[in-house]
Design a protein. Structure first.
Length: 422
């Protein structure tokens, strides 16, 4: 007697294959997220994205659905990407701006992929520990660099940790430290709260040792957001004490530096208004270019502004003592001058929508884990926005990390209200 094999239907095949395929996609996302803070692993980011595209195509074909969830950021993100796309044909270098548009589209895609495949509580927990593990490594190495400089073991002009420049380090810390701070505030288990405080202290210490004024401003903003949302006297007192203490230390260092050069300060401009004056000059030039091309800009992309204006008389006539900065050093201006004021307003709308979503979720959620992610969302979006008032670091791996954390923190539209009702 022979047994007859009954072929599986397409639905049964999908039911069998999809769970394994989704596990592979999630595993790739974990590796992708872990690699973002480390430039040495850039090959994972690039090749991993291509592999992810292939797996997503297969997933969509088998499941016969898409992975785009409705979120609170859909409209501003669509307007931003759409207007940048409209502006590309009118750019001074359409090919370069098209490439930069592709990077923006990649960020948006990663946002929706992470929002769909990292929604489960277990997946969010794994992502949390991956990100906090990276924060530990980055902070400890940065602090060690400063200690080695003090002891004369090695000379590091700037504390960079694993990054190529301290601007990347400060942006990373501004993006990730809110997660450890939120865990310290809301985690239900004592050892998790303790771990959150330790990691927050490490991250803040590393941030302070970079002597980045933009990083300090972002730290102040995040501390204020934390105090306003948590609404506990102890937290408010700690935030105020932190801000006052840092201001006192900075003022003391300014006085000491004016009398005698402090060897551990990375460059004399760190405690002067030199960089601010330099930026204000280029901001004025950027504002004038925006008035000349208010609707579609001169071409989207961080490097485009200097290539277009490097022969401008205002660059050449700048005071030699404080030369004009190269590049706009401001994300809003960069986006606005590059793709037009509508794109800049869409960027502001996007940042505001992110903070507002975090605040609303924090007040409506009853689940402890969701409240932690919501608190982190409001803090990190506000902090990254403040950081990027003085640099355009909403690019590259830091932008991708930003979008992953926002995606994991953000509840799909309608779910927050359901959680509150239940």
């Amino acid at each position: 007697m022979t047994t007859q094999t009954i072929p599986l239907s397409s639905t049964e095949k999908a039911t069998t294959v999809l769970p394994n395929l989704e596990r592979i996609i999630r595993g790739l996302l974990y590796v992708y997220v872990f690699s973002l803070p480390f430039p040495q692993l850039l090959f994972i980011e690039r090749n991993g994205f291509l592999l992810l595209l292939a797996l997503l195509t297969i997933w969509c074909a088998i499941s016969r659905q898409h992975f785009f969830l409705q979120t609170a950021l859909d409209r501003p993100l669509l307007v931003l990407v759409g207007w940048v796309a409209v502006s590309v044909p009118f750019a001074t270098s359409p090919a370069y701006s098209a490439g930069e548009l592709g990077k923006l589209a990649q960020q948006a895609l990663i946002f929706y992929v992470a929002a769909h495949f990292l929604r489960d509580a277990h997946d969010r927990a794994r992502a949390l520990w991956l990100v906090l593990g990276g924060l530990t490594a980055v902070s400890v190495y940065g602090i060690w660099q400063f200690a080695a400089k003090l002891m004369g073991i090695n000379f590091y002009p700037l504390i960079e940790s694993f990054f190529s420049h301290e601007t990347w380090l400060t942006t990373y810390l501004v993006t990730v430290v809110p997660l450890s701070a939120a865990m310290a505030m809301t985690a239900p288990v004592g050892w998790q709260r303790t771990g959150g405080w330790v990691l927050t202290g490490l991250g803040m210490t590393c941030q302070l040792l970079t002597f980045s004024r933009a990083g300090l401003l972002a730290l102040f903003v995040e501390a204020i957001v934390l105090a306003v949302l948590v609404r506990k006297r102890v937290v408010t007192a700690l935030a105020v004490a932190l801000i006052i203490s840092i201001l006192v230390v900075v003022s003391t260092l300014v006085v000491l530096e004016s009398r005698q050069r402090l060897f551990f300060i990375p460059g004399p401009a760190k405690l002067t208004t030199y960089n601010l004056e330099s930026r204000m000059k280029v901001w004025r030039l950027g504002a004038s270019k925006l008035m000349e091309h208010p609707l579609l800009g001169i071409g989207y992309g961080k490097s485009n502004f200097y290539s277009v204006t490097k022969e401008d008389p205002r660059y050449l006539e700048a005071d030699n003592q404080v030369p004009m900065a190269v590049g706009l050093h401001n994300t809003f201006l960069d986006v606005s001058v590059g793709a037009g004021l509508p794109a800049g307003l869409a960027y502001l709308w996007l940042m505001w929508a992110g903070v507002r979503a975090g605040v609303r979720q924090f007040h409506s959620e009853t689940d402890v884990s969701s409240r932690m992610w919501s608190l982190a969302l409001a803090m990190l979006v506000a902090g990254v926005f403040a950081r990027n008032l003085f640099d355009h670091m909403w690019i590259g791996s830091m932008a991708l990390l930003f979008w992953v954390l926002v995606a994991v923190s953000l509840q799909p539209a309608g779910e927050s209200g359901k959680a509150a009702a239940s």
